[in-house]
Write a new protein. Structure first.
Length: 96
């Protein structure tokens, strides 16, 4: 592979944790079978009318794909991160 070649396989190797986290969230929040089907077939307006899989294949960041899916499916904010250990920490209050 030439240096600088940007193929889907190369992107996965560069960001393996982020992609694996996306699939964990899909399985946990949407269900493993249904979630995989949704990623493959649901056309999402927030992804320029592409499926989530097509957006990933085109290099869209997994985090952006996940949020677009959640917006399209109206997943409540409290469910978007699945298990508590993946939930981002709340911002600390500004010191005065």
């Amino acid at each position: 592979m030439a240096v600088g070649t940007d193929t889907p396989a190369r992107r996965v190797r560069l960001c393996p944790v982020r992609y694996s986290e996306l699939w964990e969230l899909v399985d946990e929040v949407l269900g493993s079978a249904a979630g995989r089907e949704i990623v493959a077939t649901l056309v999402v307006g927030g992804l320029d009318n592409r499926t989530a899989q097509a957006a990933l294949d085109d290099g869209v960041e997994p985090r952006a794909v996940w949020h677009a899916l959640c917006d399209e499916l109206e997943v409540p904010a409290e469910r978007r991160w699945g298990a508590d250990e993946r939930r981002p920490a709340e911002p600390r209050a500004a010191r005065r």
